[in-house]
Structure formats: structure tokens, C-alpha cells
Design a protein around this ligand. Structure first.
Ligand code: ZN
Length: 428
């Protein structure tokens, strides 16, 4: 039997209502016990977690790992290891690969590559429609049987309303959530940043908040009428937060997520950065008021999870003009730190809320046997050093993507160790 004892940590487990100084014993990859003091049997590997938070493993529900097809940007192996370095014990791989993950053979390929990677666990998200073309449903049932945990055409919205309704109905039979990218493409009209005072001032074409909010409203209506499981990705506007808050108050079963960049940056930062494409994402960095609403949504529980929306790009693409550059940032290795710095240290959220957003809630949304340190649980564990100060240097990223707006930024808080199935896969 292999044994590991994590000693003297501050154990935070929202699933059991625990915030206490405790030792945690792992036996053969599972949590064997939590006590104020555990005496280790001989031969036990001891980890000193003094000054560290010990939490159930963090789960990133939304990342683009690029393989198959765009291995110059990222591979499943580099993505899974970058996720582990960022404090995640599991990462979900979006379906917009080449070929698209719309078929059980691609789903199986991603799972096998994920197992070989030796980093975070990799859970594939299957495409909702064949080829992400929005015309016919993909092989959802077969992908679900193969191990796909959710279904999504992100970063594309499904414009066909009838097909969206069928998708919600069909996924309900597998109890699988539908992850939607809320964007009315006609309204966002090839804009490159948030439509507002700043976009007008600097002369860039804007994407209005209404482009997101209309689709949030549509999908909430469709989900209510089908009892389907709707998950809204990267909520970024005040109107979206309000719509979701109201739906939840009415008892609707809906979940949503935000990214670390939308809680920390705003459209004014795009101007301040001189239109550097590393500040270009979809949804775009919104206004100060929108960010306030997102922070309020995190605080009051309207927002369920924080995800990286890791979208690595090749260096050539980072040297393009703002308007032509692709959307997205490389964020697996900064997501948790940015959240600790800008939410916990800024006194927006307590540490238990933060752990819930990264671990307990994502496990519930995805229906994974994870997100808890109850005895008997699989030993997926994230250790955090809340006080550790560091500067972001993308040259040190494990990820192949170096496109980050946090280059050179000083952050307080860093993942200290990532344990998957009782095995240390990353140590800072
Ligand atoms: Zn995405």
C-alpha cells in the first residue's frame, strides 16, 4: 500500500463545510482520513503543508487544448501539464479541434492522450453539432458513452433555435450539460472589442453587450421549456448576470462561469495597452460597470465557476493588428493566481467561496466524482500558497501559448502542489 500524509495544512472543503487545520492521509490514491493530527505509519511520504491551503482538486471546465490538428499552438500533453502547473487536477478540452471532436473516435483519442500526459486529468467536451456547423446534431450519445462530460460548439453560438432546443432535449437524456457560447453573430458583426465609449474613442469596431445578452435570454427560455441542462460560458455583462440571477431565483436549473480576465481587466485596459492583441478576447473585456456586476454575481452565487478559457495561439498570430488577431489568451498557468490576487486578496471573496468556484461546483456541473475530500474520495488535491508573490513570465509557461495580458504582472498567491490520484504531478 502507498501512503502519503499531508500535514499541518489549512484544509478547505466546501463539500463538508470544513475550514480547519488538519492532516490528510492518502492510501492507494484515495483519501483515507482527515484528523486534527494523524500519526503516519512507517514508510509514509510526508508533505509539510504549513502555511498552505489544502483543497479538493481544482477543475478547469473550459480550455482549448488544440490537439488534434493545431499542435503548434498546444498539445494535449503540454496542455495537461500546464493545467497541473496552474493548480488544476482536471481540465476539460473544448471540441473545436481539427478534426472537430464530434465523433467517438476523436473523444477516445483525447482521453488516451490525456492519460499518457501525466498532468491534469483530461475530460473531453464533445461538439453539439456535426463539424460545429450548426446543421445537425453530432454523435452525442456515443461520445457520452466514450467519456465526453458536456457538449458544446464553443466558441461558436448555435444560431438555429430549433436545433438548440433539440440539443437541450437530447442531452437531457444523458444528464449532460450543454455549454453555450452566448453571442449573436449578426449583432457582434466582426467587432474586435467591447462596444462603448472606449471603442468609439480609439476607433475600433465594437461588440455590443446586447449580442451576448440576447443569446443568454434565448437560451434561458429554451432551457426552461425543455428542462435541459444549460451552462452559459464566460458571462461578461451586467445584463447577462441579471438574467441568470432572475432565472435562478425562479428555480431554473442553469449554471454559468466567468474567466479570470473578465474579473480583472476592462475595456480601458485595451486602450492603455495600445491595442496589443494579447488583450483581445471573445467575449471582449467589458466596461467597469460590467466587471462590477460580474464580481457581485460571484459574491452572491449567481456565478458558479471560474474557468481559464485557455486559448493558446502561435507567436505569429500575436504580432498581428488588433482587429485581425485571433481571440483568446493563454491562461492555464495564471487563472488560479489571478483569482487569488484579484478576488481573495482584494476581499471580494473568501477562500471557501474561491475553492467552491474552482472545485466543488465544477464537479457538480459536470457530474464528476470529484470536488470533495471525503474519506473514500479519489485523492485529487490542490495545494495553494496564498501569500506567495511572483511575477508572470510567459517564457516559463509549460503551455505553448505565450499570449497573456498578465506578462510581467506581480501576483500574490500561487498553486504550490497538484496531486492527481494520490500522485504529485506538479510542485512549485
Ligand atoms: Zn473558449
Amino acid at each position: 500500500m502507498t501512503r502519503m500524509l499531508i500535514r499541518n495544512g489549512r484544509l478547505i472543503d466546501p463539500s463538508q463545510g470544513i475550514d480547519a487545520g488538519m492532516d490528510l492521509l492518502i492510501e492507494d490514491g484515495h483519501v483515507a482520513g482527515l484528523e486534527e493530527r494523524i500519526d503516519a505509519p512507517p514508510g509514509t511520504e510526508i508533505i509539510d503543508a504549513s502555511e498552505l491551503v489544502v483543497a479538493p482538486g481544482f477543475i478547469d471546465m473550459h480550455a482549448h487544448l488544440r490537439e488534434p490538428g493545431e499542435e503548434q499552438k498546444e498539445t494535449i500533453a503540454t496542455g495537461a501539464r500546464a493545467a497541473a502547473a496552474g493548480g488544476f487536477t482536471a481540465v476539460c478540452a473544448m471540441a473545436n479541434t481539427v478534426p472537430v471532436n464530434d465523433d467517438p473516435s476523436v473523444t477516445r483519442f483525447i482521453i488516451e492522450k490525456g492519460r499518457e500526459a501525466g498532468g491534469a486529468r483530461v475530460h473531453p467536451i464533445g461538439a453539439l453539432t456535426r463539424g460545429r456547423k450548426g446543421e445537425a446534431l453530432a454523435e452525442i450519445g456515443e461520445m457520452a458513452r466514450e467519456g465526453a462530460v458536456a457538449f458544446s460548439d464553443a466558441p461558436l453560438a448555435l444560431t438555429n433555435t430549433l436545433l438548440m432546443r433539440r440539443a437541450l432535449e437530447y442531452c437531457r437524456s444523458f444528464d449532460a450539460p450543454v455549454f453555450v457560447h452566448p453571442e449573436d453573430l449578426l449583432l457582434s458583426d466582426s467587432g474586435s472589442m467591447h462596444e462603448g465609449k472606449v471603442s468609439t474613442l480609439i476607433g475600433l469596431k465594437g461588440m455590443p453587450a446586447a449580442a451576448e445578452e440576447m443569446m443568454v435570454a434565448r437560451d434561458l427560455i429554451l432551457a426552461a421549456s425543455t428542462s435541459g441542462r444549460l451552462h452559459i460560458t464566460h458571462v461578461s455583462t451586467r445584463g447577462s448576470v441579471e438574467l441568470i440571477r432572475r432565472a435562478k431565483a425562479e428555480g431554473q436549473r442553469v449554471s454559468c462561469e466567468v474567466t479570470p480576465h473578465h474579473i480583472s481587466l476592462i475595456d480601458e485596459d485595451v486602450a492603455a495597452a495600445n491595442y496589443d492583441p494579447r488583450w483581445k478576447m471573445n467575449p471582449p473585456l467589458r466596461s467597469r460597470e460590467d466587471r462590477e456586476a460580474v464580481l457581485q454575481g460571484l459574491y452572491d452565487g449567481t456565478i458558479d465557476a471560474i474557468v481559464s478559457d485557455h486559448a493558446p495561439h502561435h507567436r505569429d498570430e500575436n504580432e498581428m493588428d488588433f482587429a485581425d488577431a485571433p481571440f483568446g489568451v493563454s491562461s492555464l498557468e495564471t487563472a488560479v493566481s489571478v483569482a487569488i490576487d484579484r478576488l481573495y486578496h482584494a476581499k471580494v471573496l473568501g477562500i471557501t467561496q474561491l475553492v467552491r468556484l474552482f472545485s466543488t461546483s465544477p464537479a457538480e456541473i459536470l457530474g464528476l466524482d470529484a470536488g470533495s475530500l471525503r474519506p473514500g474520495s479519489v485523492a485529487d488535491i490542490t495545494l495553494l500558497d496564498l501569500g506567495r508573490r511572483w511575477d508572470v513570465h510567459s517564457a516559463q509557461f509549460i503551455s505553448r501559448g505565450r499570449n497573456t495580458p498578465f506578462e510581467g504582472v506581480a501576483l500574490r498567491g500561487k498553486p504550490a502542489m497538484t496531486i492527481v490520484g494520490g500522485r504529485i504531478v506538479w510542485k512549485n
